[in-house]
Each structure stands twice: as structure tokens, then as C-alpha cells.
Design a protein around this ligand. Structure first.
Ligand code: PMP
Length: 364
């Protein structure tokens, strides 16, 4: 065997275990297929593709469609294969050996993971017991680390917490480097940092087609940031990284913005219904502004609840052994039927493992 880089030896891969079940509520995708008409429209666009030619290297049509959606310039938009590749490109350009990246834990694991893969040092700030971020902790960590890149995820994954605007303002005022606000779930929340993006501000906001746009299968994400920064990313990313089919799929999806907004509204109302139903079960529920909810069973351990749900053919994310997430589980908001299946299965599981009578009045 050939030894891998010394700094990668201890690194564990990022996994999201899949199990064959009827109801899959573990990876925060949209539960809905793309809108009626999307497939035909895409098939008709695809039939005109010059497959023997490389795609438009700068994805200019897609970039300008995204720019129109957000009212910014096409030069301020960078697109890649999922927001994970957007984050990777940012970190390749602005992190790397000898540089420092700050995260506030618990948060999306790939921020620290990708930063380490680029060779950067990661400094982890800590959230409180309720997963909120104390401004004093932000100042302490920024002062100590003097980071080249600092991440804030809003709504945060896996906690669901929406960061207040003041936290982004604080980071912009105090951080020495680039501020990345990961808004993979922002359509489900009540505010976005997109309007804070300006040429003179070292801020990028990342978004994805994987959740709202029902396109996790296509792998498409983007960021909005200053044009000078996007120009640096264009140098770092591989030539022709975004294939022609994906560029078309993104453009066609954007024609269905109204359908997407309706779906978001439905998922938000389902999220509230689920939070309320969880509130009468013996679990602690964390407030969410995303399309998932974090909760912690308080009559039994998270792992056995997760197993009880799998036994009832419902898969959610088991975060119970993740650092700082002791006993927590995360459920994605699905269709109303899927959510009912989950709530009934959870109530049954808790009834069998907790004190008798604790869940027998549950209504879903
Ligand atoms: N950021 C956050 C906070 C996420 O939860 C995810 C998906 N799990 C991503 C980015 C990556 O999304 P994608 O690569 O599918 O665009």
C-alpha cells in the first residue's frame, strides 16, 4: 500500500447510512419529484444538445438565470456540482496549507472535513447547550484563530437554528478573512443574507438545488458573492466541470419557481405540524427554520429509538453519537403521509420503551 498524505491518515470519510425502508426521512431532500412538465421540458432541451462539444465552460446562461432570480450580476454567481463542490472550490482558493478555517460546532460536518482535506487547520468554536451561538464565543474564537475563512450555516444543520442577522454582521465586522454563510436551507427560513452581498464585502452565500428544487439527483449548487472572488474560483475549478445536462436541468428548474415556492410553503406548514406533534411526546424538540427537525428522546436513548423506527420501516438520521449531539435524532420533513407514518412510528416506539402511558394520548 502507498501511504496517503500524513495529514489525511486520521481522517474519516463522510457517510450517510442508507437502509431499505418505506419512508426515508434521513437526508433532507425534497420529498416531491420535480413539477409536472419539468421532465418533458428538459427532454426537449436535451434533444438539441451538441453532445460532441464541450459544454459552455462558464455556464453563462445558467449563471445569468440565477442572477435574475436573486437580482444580482451574473459575474457574482459561481456554479458547481452541488453546494459541496462550491464549498470545496472556496476552500481550495481561500484555505489550504498554512491557513485557518473556523466553524461553530455542531454544524455541517463537511465544512471542517473539506477544509482539512485542503490542508488547512480548523478551529472549532462552540455553541451553547441549546445550540445558539453566543456573540462572546464568536469574538473569542475569531480573535484567537484570525481565520482566513469562517463558516456560518443558517439554518444550521443538524440543529435547524436560524442565525440572527446580527451574527452575520458581527462576523463581517470582526473576521479577518472570508465569511461563508451556507444557506442550503434558507428558503425554509424567514430571512437570507443574500442582500448583504456587495463587491466591497468579503461575504459569500451558498445555495443548492438539492432541497427546494427537487434536484438532489442532479448535483447542482451555487454561491453569490463579489465578482472579484468569483473570478478567483473560476481559476481554481476544473475546466468544463459543469456538464451540459446539469446546466440545462438548472435552467429548466428555474422556470418552475412558483411551484417550488408552493412546495416550500407546504413543507414549512408540515414542519410546524410535526414540531407541535413532537412537543406532546417525551422528547426535547429544537426550533427549526429548515426542512428538518432535531429532537432528543428523554425517556430512552436515541439509538434505540432510531432502531425502533427502522423496525417500523422509517429511516431518520441518527446523530445520537455525534460530538455535542448526545442522543439527538434528526428527521427530514416529508410528504404529509410520510410525516404521519413517522409520528405514529415514533409514538409507538417511545410507548414501548418509555414509562407506560407517556404517549397514549398522542394525536398526529
Ligand atoms: N450545506 C449544508 C448545510 C447541507 O446540509 C448540505 C447537504 N447535506 C450541503 C451543503 C450540500 O448540499 P449539495 O451538495 O447537495 O448541494
Amino acid at each position: 500500500m502507498i501511504p496517503v498524505r500524513d495529514d489525511l491518515r486520521a481522517l474519516k470519510g463522510y457517510h450517510s447510512p442508507q437502509v431499505e425502508v418505506d419512508v426515508r426521512l434521513n437526508t433532507n431532500e425534497s420529498p416531491f419529484s420535480p413539477p409536472e412538465g419539468f421532465r418533458d421540458a428538459l427532454a426537449s432541451e436535451m434533444s438539441c444538445v451538441d453532445w460532441n462539444r464541450y459544454p459552455d465552460r462558464s455556464a453563462s446562461a445558467l449563471r445569468s438565470d440565477i442572477a435574475s432570480l436573486h437580482g444580482c450580476d451574473a459575474e457574482q454567481v459561481f456554479v458547481a456540482n452541488g453546494s459541496n463542490e462550491v464549498l470545496q472550490t472556496v476552500l481550495l482558493a481561500y484555505a489550504g496549507p498554512g491557513r485557518t478555517v473556523v466553524t461553530f460546532e455542531p454544524t455541517y460536518q463537511l465544512h471542517a472535513q473539506i477544509a482539512r482535506v485542503t490542508g488547512a487547520a480548523v478551529v472549532e468554536g462552540e455553541r451553547g447547550e441549546d445550540f445558539t451561538l453566543n456573540p462572546a464565543e464568536v469574538d473569542r474564537v475569531l480573535e484567537r484563530a484570525q481565520p482566513h475563512v469562517v463558516f456560518l450555516t443558517s439554518p444550521n444543520n443538524p440543529t435547524g437554528l436560524v442565525e440572527p442577522r446580527e451574527r452575520v454582521e458581527q462576523l463581517l465586522a470582526s473576521a479577518s478573512g472570508l465569511v461563508v454563510v451556507d444557506e442550503a436551507y434558507a428558503q425554509f427560513a424567514d430571512w437570507s443574507a443574500l442582500d448583504m452581498v456587495e463587491e466591497s464585502v468579503p461575504l459569500v452565500v451558498t445555495r443548492t438545488f438539492s432541497k427546494t428544487w427537487s434536484m438532489a439527483g442532479a448535483r447542482l449548487g451555487y454561491l453569490v458573492g463579489p465578482a472579484w472572488l468569483v473570478a478567483e474560483l473560476d481559476k481554481v475549478v476544473l475546466p468544463y466541470h459543469l456538464d451540459v445536462a446539469k446546466q440545462l436541468a438548472g435552467r429548466v428548474a428555474l422556470r418552475y419557481a412558483d411551484d417550488m415556492n408552493e412546495r416550500v410553503a407546504l413543507l414549512v406548514s408540515e414542519r410546524e405540524r410535526m414540531s407541535n406533534a413532537l412537543g406532546v411526546l417525551p422528547v426535547d424538540v429544537f426550533e427549526s427554520g429548515a426542512n428538518f427537525i432535531l429532537f432528543r428522546p428523554n425517556v430512552t436513548d436515541g439509538k434505540s429509538v432510531w432502531r425502533g423506527l427502522v423496525d417500523r420501516s422509517v429511516l431518520i438520521r441518527d446523530c445520537s453519537s455525534w460530538p455535542r449531539l448526545n442522543n439527538c435524532l434528526r428527521v427530514t420533513v416529508g410528504t404529509p403521509d410520510e410525516n404521519d407514518r413517522f409520528l405514529i412510528a415514533l409514538a409507538e416506539t417511545l410507548l414501548h420503551s418509555g414509562p407506560a402511558g407517556s404517549t397514549d394520548t398522542v394525536k398526529v
